[in-house]
Design a protein around this ligand. Structure first.
Ligand code: G6P
Length: 372
């Protein structure tokens, strides 16, 4: 058993450690010498890809959060509107799709029934479906017009980790490919982000290397009953994923919010001692989001929250208002989820372990939900 887990206590822990390799493998062979993207499994013609006027991402669970990240990146790089929808909602709401819609189905297993049914529905409406799937030869891969495999390797733990990072990576590849193909507004930025993407595996490794610190904090919080997560921009889906992980693994009530919504409700939940994770955007970002999130941290701290802040190295502005800081390496804003989610995964697994729970097989959950 220990051998299959590569010497780790749990598959989840092993899979967290596999993440730098999973991302490297998803990138492997897809970026050419001159920085051009090569997507060999793309069986949708370039003509069709150029004519796409809307993208709809369909997925369930963690895979849907990868879709949320994709929306920020693809809309910015490609100027194509992107919608993200839970597969089970998409199918039953008479969605507007046409021959010019590209539906992107994201699934680790490729066997999630709701996602399969949504793929079928989209194709019946004439949309092209591109699958971002981890499992070769799975139903979604077979039934789609094109497949972009995430080469994350088999994922055993029920709660998805390395498949999630690989899905996000595949979405970036898709976005950068479309941007190149369609002639984008920011060629320098695209080239730069592509170059930065190649550096992500080692940055993810740096975060994995901080696990001892994260685990120690998790053990201190093992008795908590509610944990909140705040993020904005791409940090918002990261907050949602952090909350999902904690629910799934530690059976703790956890909720993720867009930081800008704080004043519209969630701040009422903050009472003295309430742990709140905040994913701080890069202070080097072009917009003023960093300052806004700092002010959110101040607001909740003033009401007694225990603030656990995920911040870039060198971001000193968070220090005065953070009870705990988890550092991540500097990255371009759109790529940050690949590093900022890692402490949240480690935290959830460590907290579940501290509670004596089965990290790999949480109660009531299945790795792949093959029924509706
Ligand atoms: C289940 C798993 C999740 C996963 C979701 C979607 O709920 O427990 O970890 O994110 O299904 O699965 P898929 O295989 O389609 O990515």
């Amino acid at each position: 058993d220990a051998a299959v887990k590569g010497g780790f206590e749990t598959f989840m822990n092993k899979e967290i450690h596999d993440q730098p390799q999973a991302v490297a493998d998803t990138l492997l062979g897809r970026v050419g010498e001159k920085g051009e993207l090569i997507l060999d499994e793309m069986r949708i013609s370039e003509t069709v890809m150029r004519s796409v006027d809307k993208i709809v991402v369909i997925a369930c669970g963690t895979a849907a959060y990868a879709g949320h990240v994709a929306k920020y990146a693809i809309e910015h790089w490609c100027r194509i509107p992107v919608e993200v929808e839970l597969a089970h909602e998409f199918r039953y709401r008479d969605p507007v799709v046409s021959e010019k819609t590209l539906v992107v189905a994201i699934s680790q297993s490729g066997e999630t029934m709701d996602t399969i049914m949504a793929v079928r529905h989209a194709r019946e409406q004439g949309a092209k479906v591109l699958a971002i799937v981890n499992t070769h030869g799975s139903t979604i891969a077979r039934e789609s017009d094109a497949v972009l495999y995430t080469h994350a390797g088999p994922e055993v733990a029920v709660a998805s980790t390395k498949a999630f990072l690989a899905q996000i990576t595949a979405c970036y590849l898709l976005g950068l490919y479309l941007a190149q193909l369609r002639g984008n507004k920011f060629p320098d930025e695209i080239a730069e982000d592509l170059e930065e993407l190649r550096l992500m595996p080692e940055r993810i490794q740096q975060v994995v290397d901080t696990e001892g610190h994260v685990q120690a904090v998790a053990r201190e919080l093992a008795e908590e009953r509610t944990v909140l997560f705040l993020g904005r921009h791409v940090g918002f889906p990261v907050a949602l994923e952090g909350a999902l992980k904690l629910k799934e693994l530690a059976y703790i009530h956890a909720e993720g919010f867009a930081a800008g919504e704080l004043k519209h409700g969630p701040i009422a939940l903050v009472e003295p001692g309430q742990p709140v994770f905040v994913i701080a955007p890069s202070p080097r970002g072009r917009d003023a989001l960093h300052a806004k999130v700092i002010s959110n941290i101040q607001e909740i701290r003033a009401r007694g929250a225990r603030t656990l802040v995920i911040a870039e190295e060198g971001d000193d502005a968070v220090e005065p208002f953070a009870d705990v800081v988890f550092r991540v390496p500097q990255t371009p804003t759109l790529l940050a989820p690949l590093v900022t989610v890692v402490p949240l995964q480690i935290f959830a697994a460590a907290l579940a372990t501290a509670k004596g729970l089965d990290v790999d097989q949480p109660r009531n959950l299945a790795k792949s939900v093959t029924v509706e």
